[in-house]
Design a protein around this ligand. Structure first.
Ligand SMILES: [Zn+2]
Length: 312
């Protein structure tokens, strides 16, 4: 039976988290007077910032659309997760071990979304563990031909998906993931003859969101007998929405905010080349055209200069 998280823990986790740090994973905040920060509201479209965060009080409030609350409410609204998932997410962030009352484990709300993220993380580690294998030589040669050495491959966590039909599937099943979870994560596909790995015989780039969680993968074809497209990406899941995804956003977000600029390039290797060359604001769309949702995400990080604190 799943237990409730104790009220004491809920308060304790909140007190250890700086709401400004959490909000900054999603939008740029600028000082706006004593004890106050401002940015472009993630809950409604706006050109000048009316979204205010007061770190000492632990609250946010938008004077445009009226949204407001504490750090848990912020994550619930923006990540579309439950209250308990928000507490669990932040506890993980600050390394706090939660106590569950009634002797239970994590709540049922610690649901499919979290399992998908866990499966993605385990898959990324599996792919990386394969990159130095004999079978991955073609992949390493490809990287070398593009000017990427071992250090570059490691920096971007590049991996290799074996050619066999179900190595990842077997690995993740052994770690306790269910078929439903793996299909929902789009890591495997269910066909007439059973379940098999989505990516086979390909170089793999883990795609992370702005909070650095692995939400999906990009995969490049390496072998002649692969009839698929040159690049394959994760299909949409509960955590991966290709219309919003920007590869490299986890690495670029700080400098995008700081420098007030973003460089949008075409693909995974372009993002790598840019970052290695010192263009640290580069991101790329993943298998889709640059669209409105991408612009919204970037606009929040490129928040215009903040007006005086007088309006707060
Ligand atoms: Zn708003």
């Amino acid at each position: 039976m799943a237990g409730r998280i104790s009220a004491r823990d809920i308060e304790e986790v909140k007190s250890r988290v700086n709401i400004a740090d959490v909000v900054s994973d999603y939008l740029a905040l600028r000082p706006a007077g004593v004890g106050s920060l401002k940015g472009l509201c993630p809950f409604h479209d706006e050109k000048s910032p009316s979204f205010t965060v007061k770190p000492n009080d632990g609250f946010y409030k938008c004077f445009g659309c009226g949204e407001g609350g504490d750090v848990y409410k912020f994550l619930q609204q923006l990540d579309h997760i439950s209250f308990y998932e928000a507490v669990e997410k932040l506890a993980g962030r600050v390394g706090y071990v939660l106590t569950y009352e009634e002797g239970g484990g994590p709540s049922p709300d610690h649901g499919l979304k979290n399992r998908i993220l866990e499966a993605n993380n385990a898959a990324a580690l599996f792919y990386q563990s394969q990159i130095m294998s004999d079978a991955a030589e073609t992949g390493r040669e490809f990287l070398k031909s593009r000017g990427f050495d071992k250090a570059a491959a490691e920096r971007f966590s590049i991996g290799f998906a074996p050619k066999a039909w179900s190595e990842l599937y077997a690995h993740l099943k052994a770690l306790g993931f269910s078929d439903e979870e793996l299909i929902s994560a789009a890591l495997v596909t269910k066909g007439d003859k059973g379940i098999y790995d989505k990516f086979r015989g390909r170089l793999i780039w883990p795609i992370r969101d702005s909070t650095s969680q692995v939400i999906g993968f990009g995969a490049r074809k390496l072998f002649e007998d692969d009839n698929g497209p040159k690049y394959l990406n994760s299909s949409d899941t509960l955590v991966y929405h290709k219309s919003q995804v920007l590869y490299g956003i986890d690495l670029a977000k700080r400098d995008i905010s700081k420098n007030q600029q973003v460089v949008v390039v075409e693909g995974y290797t372009d993002v790598m080349a840019c970052h290695l060359a010192g263009v640290t604001t580069a991101v790329a769309t993943c298998g889709t055209a640059f669209g409105d949702d991408h612009i919204k995400t970037l606009n929040r990080m490129l928040s215009a200069s903040v007006d005086s604190a007088a309006e707060v």
